[in-house]
Design a protein. Structure first.
Length: 229
């Protein structure tokens, strides 16, 4: 789950089947915080909305019920036509809109659909949401990249430690002597790749956490791995 704030409106985003769903109950608060259910119902009554939902489900949902959809499409726009998220979901086996209970409960829609709902509320609101959503995705990608680099650094360390243990450490040495050998071999690679030892890097970057290899690029870490082998 993630949250973004757009024009003083807090929006909840969840992952459902590896897809992003935005809480349209939160979106509706931007238009009328006291009557979010009515805002959503009014949007669902619109013929263009029903056609949009039907097309999306036809593309992405093999279990979609087109017969019920055709009936709703004929009635949509009439004064007597009433539609709710629950009715749409249960009648058509829809997956583009879901209802969640609990602490973060509400009506959620796939991002494609949620952005159309936001556009119906306000074009300006929609563009601000797109901007914040893109920022969120960029931050997530940076976090994934950091995790990948950390994992690769750990793998490199184990490869290096194993190689030193097999080939460079004599059978009878004290713990301090063994640690010196490991550190010396690691710094040989650090100098070859980064132009400095681990201690020199720490002295030059006192405000950074971790070690020199935590800030290496993926390509540099791969090169280190190849050097160790």
């Amino acid at each position: 789950m993630a949250k973004i704030t757009v024009k003083d409106t807090h929006l909840t985003i969840v992952q459902i089947n590896d897809a992003d769903y935005i809480c349209i109950t939160d979106l509706a608060r931007y238009k009328d915080a006291a009557h979010t259910d009515d805002v959503i119902k009014n949007w669902l009554r619109n013929r263009n909305t029903i056609e949009l939902l039907g097309i999306w489900e036809s593309l992405y949902n093999p279990d979609f019920n087109p017969v019920e959809f055709d009936g709703f499409r004929k009635e949509a726009g009439l004064n007597s036509f009433v539609m709710t998220p629950k009715k749409w979901i249960e009648s058509t086996n829809a997956i583009g809109i879901v209802s969640k209970a609990g602490r973060y409960g509400g009506t959620y829609a796939h991002k494609d659909i949620a952005l159309e709902f936001a556009s119906w509320i306000s074009i300006e609101f929609k563009f601000y949401i797109i901007k914040e959503f893109q920022r969120l995705k960029e931050e997530e990608q940076k976090a994934i990249g950091w995790t990948a680099k950390r994992e690769l650094a750990k793998i490199n360390y184990h490869i290096h430690a194993s190689a030193v243990s097999r080939n460079l450490v004599p059978p009878k040495l004290s713990k301090e002597q063994i640690n010196f050998i490991y550190a010396n071999e690691a710094d040989l690679l650090n100098v070859a790749m980064f132009g400095m030892t681990a201690k020199e890097w720490r002295n030059a970057n006192p405000g950074l956490k971790g070690n020199i290899r935590d800030y290496a690029t993926i390509n540099e870490l791969i090169c280190l791995s190849n050097m160790k082998t």
